[in-house]
Design a protein around this ligand. Structure first.
Ligand SMILES: *Cc1c(COP(=O)(O)O)cnc(C)c1O
Length: 419
């Protein structure tokens, strides 16, 4: 027998750089948390690998199943929305799609408000239909219409407050009561409220947060792309719940679909979250200043902003968001109905003529945005509460309101002249 063991050799630098022994001291604390990036996560032993549980967030198994960075963001978003569990997905639309794929089965029916975020309607029309899932639209301003449309097959109702683009504010508590009475899950697209204008898991504002006497949606989906990101540079979504079993159904589907978010994107949202309340208030104040200015312009036949007296659903906004009158919040979005005497081409030229407002989708960032929308093509019929005209949606950024008004004024005079 001769010895076959290899003779000892000094380890190569390349290996030392990968398996480096230095560990920095652990007690580092700073305003922003560290960023953890991983696909692979190490286990100290095979036995540990076999028994590690990822579903309860007690440990780490694989980057897609969570890192300290994503866990931190999830917990802070639970605090923002007043929920108990959170999932992160790559966009706001992915949050809406994950809810549908996790909860709907062939033969189920889904109800959507007729003013829903357009891509959520497209998801139902073009994708869910392939799986034998039907959808129907209800009138968000008529809770009785929602109640009438709930059938034995209805499994999920989407709520949105206010409606995308046309900004009607629905009677959320009554609609949630209808869903609860019929045992149907209700999911809210809470992107506009952002956890700040009202609490989706405490719609009665009694602080009981899901306890008896309180009223809560089952699921709050949020396009973090908007206010939580605040930069116009990150796409992300969240799904917040208050029920562990419901969360687990969503989480298993989320895992099987392979959904996750990048650490650097999660970091960007973590960095913006501390200022979300200040930014939301600033966007809101600027929007109200601009809306008040628009109301005194003859070209504007209707101002769509839930906090303004006379706007569709204003009383519902007051009841939910303005319980202590004068303190309610309302985000930075509003729409203006331009008199039908002006052509679409003139309204487009007005939008093109703006210098500070950029033409672009999404909102929640520092730059003010404008988009003209064709309501006639977006709704089954022209809603009775909307005046005839051409709708232009504004999203206020963080510029000074006075500069934005000067910009609106110059383009209005140039392109939409009074007769
Ligand atoms: C923007 C938005 C979404 C989708 O978010 P993305 O991150 O752009 O996919 C969903 N719902 C509402 C109400 C939105 O405004």
């Amino acid at each position: 027998m001769h010895d076959t063991s290899l003779s000892p050799q000094p380890r190569q630098t390349s290996t030392d750089l990968i398996h480096h022994p230095y560990r920095p001291p652990a007690d580092f604390e700073a305003p922003q948390p560290g960023v953890f990036k991983a696909s692979t996560v190490y286990f100290p032993s095979v036995a540990d690998m076999r028994q590690r549980e990822w579903k309860d967030k007690s440990a780490y198994t694989y980057g897609l199943h969570g890192t300290p960075t994503t866990y931190l963001l999830e917990e802070r978003l639970c605090t923002l929305e007043g929920g108990a569990q959170c999932l992160l997905v790559p966009s706001g639309l992915a949050a809406l799609a994950t809810v549908a794929l996790a909860l709907l089965r062939t033969g189920d029916e889904l109800l959507l408000p007729d003013n829903a975020y357009g891509p959520n309607k497209a998801l139902a029309e073009a994708e869910l239909r392939h799986y034998g899932i039907d959808h129907r639209l209800y009138d968000p301003m008529d809770p009785d219409d929602l109640a009438r449309k709930i059938t034995a097959r209805t499994r999920l109702v989407w709520l949105e407050a206010p409606g995308s683009v046309s900004m009607e504010f629905p009677d959320l508590p009554t609609m949630v009561r209808h869903c609860k009475a019929r045992g149907v899950l209700c999911a809210l697209d809470n992107t506009w409220g952002a956890g700040l204008a009202f609490k989706p898991f405490d719609l009665l504002g009694d602080g009981l947060n899901g306890g008896p006497g309180s009223l809560a949606v089952d699921i709050s989906a949020h396009a973090l792309t908007k206010y939580p990101s605040g930069g116009g540079d990150v796409l992300m979504g969240s799904i917040v719940t208050q029920d562990a079993d419901l969360h687990l159904s969503l989480k298993l589907c989320h895992m099987r679909l392979g959904l996750g978010v990048a650490a650097n994107d999660a970091e960007a949202v973590l960095r913006s979250l501390p200022s979300i309340a200040l930014r939301y208030r600033a966007h809101d104040q600027t929007a109200r200043t601009l809306a008040a200015w628009w109301q005194s312009q003859a070209q504007c036949v209707q101002l769509l902003h839930p906090a303004l007296d006379g706007a569709p659903g204003h009383a519902h906004w007051q009841a939910l968001c303005d319980r202590v009158p004068g303190t309610g919040l309302a985000a930075g979005l509003f729409s203006v109905m331009i008199d039908s005497r002006y052509s679409q081409a003139q309204v487009d030229a007005f939008c093109d003529g703006l210098k500070l407002f950029k033409i672009g989708y999404s909102w929640g960032g520092p730059v003010s945005l404008v988009v003209p929308y064709a309501i006639g093509a977006m709704r089954p019929r022209w809603p009775t509460h909307l005046a005839a005209g051409t709708l232009v949606r504004f999203s206020t950024g963080l510029e000074a309101a006075q500069d934005l008004i000067l910009d609106l004024d110059q383009s209005l005079r140039a392109h939409l002249p009074l007769p």
